[in-house]
Design a protein around this ligand. Structure first.
Ligand SMILES: [Zn+2]
Length: 269
C-alpha cells in the first residue's frame, strides 16, 4: 500500500504529459512571444521611434498592417510531422504561416499579421524584405512528388480566403523560386500554376498562335517588369521555364518561349 501513492502520482503526471500533446511547449513559447510583442506595441511612447523623434503624440486612427503577397513553397521534407517539428524547433530559424499536408489538412502556425521566416534572401519587384509583407504557405512534398488533390483543394480554399480578406492582387501569388531564382526551385515542376491562375491566383500566359513579337522586345526587361530579379539571367530563364512551361534544365529561350514570355509580360503592363 505504501507504494501505491508514488506509483499513482507517476501515472497521473505521465497522463497529464500525454494529454499536453507533442506541441505543448511550442504553443507555450508562441504565447509567450506574442505577449512580449503585445507589450512592445503598448509601450508609450515607443522606444524604437523615439530614438530619432523629439515628441510623442499617439494618433487615434490606425490598425494592423496587412499581408499583400503570398509565397508558395514545397517543404522538401518527408512528412508533414517532420515539417511541423522543423517549424517548432528554435535552432532551425524557419517557419511559415500555413502547412498543408498530403491529406489536405491545413495547419495554421502563425497569425497572418505576424512575420514568418520563410522567404530568406530574395527580391520580387522592388520588394527586398518579402517576409514582412507576405504570407508563407508550405505544401508537404519532398521536392519531386506530384501534389495531391486534397492538398490543392485545401490550398485553393485558403488562397480564396486570403485574397478576399487582405485584398491581395492577382499577380501577387508567387512561388519561392520566383523571388529567389538560382537559390530556390520550389514549388517543384509538378505544381499546377495554370490551375491556380484560372482561379485568380497568379497570372498565366495566353494563346501564342499568330503572335508576332516586336523587334525591340527585350526578354530580360520583360522578366524585370514581371517582378524577377534579373541579376542572374540564366537562373531567371530556368525559373520561368520550370513554372510556365514545366521544363527543367534548359537555360535558353526558344522563339516559342519568347512568345510565351511576351504574352505574359503584356499582362503586367
Ligand atoms: Zn521554399
Amino acid at each position: 500500500m505504501k507504494y501505491f501513492l508514488p506509483i499513482f502520482c507517476t501515472l497521473l503526471l505521465f497522463c497529464i504529459g500525454c494529454n499536453r500533446g507533442p506541441y505543448y511547449s511550442a504553443n507555450k513559447s508562441y504565447k509567450k512571444q506574442t505577449k512580449a510583442l503585445g507589450k512592445e506595441l503598448r509601450r508609450n511612447p515607443s522606444t524604437q521611434t523615439m530614438a530619432t523623434a523629439t515628441a510623442w503624440v499617439g494618433t487615434t486612427n490606425f490598425n494592423l498592417r496587412k499581408p499583400n503577397i503570398v509565397v508558395i513553397h514545397h517543404t522538401a521534407q518527408n512528412s508533414c510531422d517532420q515539417t511541423l517539428k522543423t517549424f517548432t524547433t528554435i535552432r532551425t530559424q524557419v517557419s511559415a504561416h500555413y502547412v498543408i499536408c498530403k491529406d489536405g489538412i491545413v495547419h495554421h502556425m502563425l497569425n497572418d499579421y505576424l512575420r514568418a521566416w520563410h522567404g530568406g534572401v530574395g527580391k520580387w519587384g522592388n520588394m527586398s524584405d518579402i517576409n514582412s509583407s507576405s504570407i508563407g504557405i508550405e505544401i508537404d512534398n519532398n521536392g519531386f512528388e506530384t501534389f495531391t488533390e486534397p492538398q490543392i483543394n485545401s490550398l485553393l480554399i485558403l488562397l480564396d480566403s486570403l485574397k478576399k480578406k487582405y485584398v491581395i492582387p492577382t499577380a501577387n501569388f508567387i512561388g519561392h523560386a520566383d523571388m529567389a531564382p538560382g537559390r530556390k526551385v520550389d514549388p517543384n515542376i509538378n505544381f499546377p500554376w495554370k490551375n491556380l491562375a484560372d482561379k485568380g491566383f497568379g497570372l498565366w500566359w495566353t494563346d501564342t498562335t499568330g503572335i508576332s513579337i516586336p523587334e525591340n522586345f527585350n526578354a530580360m526587361q520583360a522578366f524585370r517588369i514581371i517582378g524577377y530579379d534579373i541579376k542572374d539571367s540564366s537562373a531567371v530563364i530556368q525559373t520561368f521555364k520550370r513554372k510556365y512551361l514545366q521544363q527543367e534544365v534548359s537555360k535558353d529561350l526558344t522563339p516559342e518561349d519568347r512568345k510565351v514570355l511576351f504574352t505574359l509580360y503584356k499582362l503586367f503592363l
